[in-house]
Design a protein. Structure first.
Length: 165
């Protein structure tokens, strides 16, 4: 059964809209509590899912990330994925993605490292379903996974179950 059908409730709106940021973090990390809050300028509050490992593109290219180079986050209001580079061991500010975008390509797989439901870091990956989201980057290096349109909605969603679609 396709994930979109199995987790259809995630596509009925943002599952985190009635939750605060710390509660959302705990849900996304299967009960773990956040260690610290990091202030950064962004168009919306971001919740870290984990450290980026790799993005696979439809054209066969892979964007690989060094440990600690960038993290994967979900927008608290938009329920969309961001790739946020780090500089001096701190995430950089996230610009408004309304202009100055560079289209990289369609993403077929998202890989990241995270501590969910415990203290050990594990490798997680998500194989996106068609139609694939598109990765755009800003000149600062921040990435945004724009969902494709699928049956009047978004091609992916993020919930406590992880990335779906």
């Amino acid at each position: 059964m396709p994930e979109r059908l199995r987790y259809a409730h995630l596509f009925q709106g943002n599952p985190f809209e009635s939750k605060d940021v710390t509660e959302t973090f705990s849900l996304l990390h299967w009960g773990n509590k956040h260690e610290r809050l990091i202030e950064l300028n962004a168009p919306e509050p971001l919740i870290m899912l984990g450290m980026m490992a790799m993005l696979a593109l439809e054209n066969g290219n892979q964007l690989r990330f060094q440990t600690g180079e960038a993290f994967l986050a979900v927008g608290h209001r938009s329920n969309r994925l961001y790739v946020v580079p780090r500089k001096n061991n701190r995430p950089i500010d996230v610009p408004d993605f309304s202009r100055k975008l560079n289209r990289i390509g369609r993403v077929t797989r998202t890989d990241y490292l995270s501590t969910k439901g415990g203290s050990q870091e594990h490798y997680y990956y998500h194989e996106h379903e068609r139609p694939f989201p598109t990765l755009y980057t800003h000149p600062t290096g921040v990435g945004y996974l724009q969902p494709a349109r699928h049956q009047g909605g978004a091609s992916y969603a993020v919930g406590k179950e992880g990335i779906v679609g």
